[in-house]
Design a protein around this ligand. Sequence first.
Ligand SMILES: *Cc1c(COP(=O)(O)O)cnc(C)c1O
Length: 366
Amino acid sequence: MIKFLDLYKINQRHKKDLVQAFEDVLDSGWYIMGNSLKKFESEFANYCGVKHAIGVANGLDALILVIRAYKELGLFKDGDEIIVPANTYIASILAISANQLVPVLVEPNIDTYNIAPELIEAKITDKTVAIMPVHLYGQLCDMQTICAIAKNNNLKVIEDCAQAHGAVDLSGKKAGNFGDAAGFSFYPGKNLGALGDAGAITTNDNVLAETIKALLNYGSYVKYENKYKGVNSRLDELQAALLSVKLMTLDDETAVKRKIANRYLSEINNPKITLPTIQLQTAHVWHLFVIRTPERYELQKYLFDKGIQTVIHYPIPPHKQEAYKEWSELSFSISENIHAEVLSLPLSPVLEDNEVDTIISILNRW
Ligand SMILES: *Cc1c(COP(=O)(O)O)cnc(C)c1O
């Protein structure tokens, strides 16, 4: 069986360094808010080209805390609206709801699967406070256009970078450095994955960074003095140390994935399959290689029977989820079409050349 994503194999390649990092943390006798966190935060800020990276417990908390901090700073309030793509992973939307703000869904572009910038302005009202672009599947959104719209309308831009670590545009700017703040996830299956839950916020805004640092630690700057009704969303020393190890090889792993993705793009030629569209090589870090076909479940079964595991990202659009039953009458036809047709192929830095050969030839014989 060719696995969709072999996390065992991926992490085994780093075993020696990961075990060393574990031992260093164990022997330090210090497990929360110590030097490993400081080191990873500074490395990740440097990697993204931003002033601040702040470790948090997971990617959802990263997005929740950015919005929460803007509320504490008096810039957002209950009932304000944030524009978000209709086909995102539901976490982006949950982060808005969790803060008593209102998610306003916008259709994606059918070729890039990212929010369609030309549809944003029609959704801006006097309650809109931010746009949350999601670099879905690893491809940067059209950030130049989105940031220009935000500027003209005095809106914040909060990037959801959970799938796009290291994606770079033509000017050399990286995911996490386009907007006012960004949320990253280091869930084990993400491009940069911890051995458990982890996340980070990036920003160039000193005041926002300071506010978030207090909020994630019980709302406190000084121990036992609480400025805000905060939460506990700290990134622990162990995950931070493991992430420092894996950050070192992130770009190499992305390069391997990009090579495999380019083989898929040039060698899969089955007319029943729609391949993803890319804007710029460096602007896509291939968290997922997502194809489309009206006979998605038939193709998935065919591949499974031939020993190839695939996954659907995602089978149900957020507005059709029970959690958002108030949206069940809404219709987003592009998003619904995407959710009905997508299928993600195996793509990882440990996929062997002969496995890629097999996947391509089996797909072409379908
Ligand atoms: C994974 C993901 C998140 C949430 O990250 P967690 O670390 O799982 O909380 C948010 N947004 C998107 C687009 C994601 O893919």
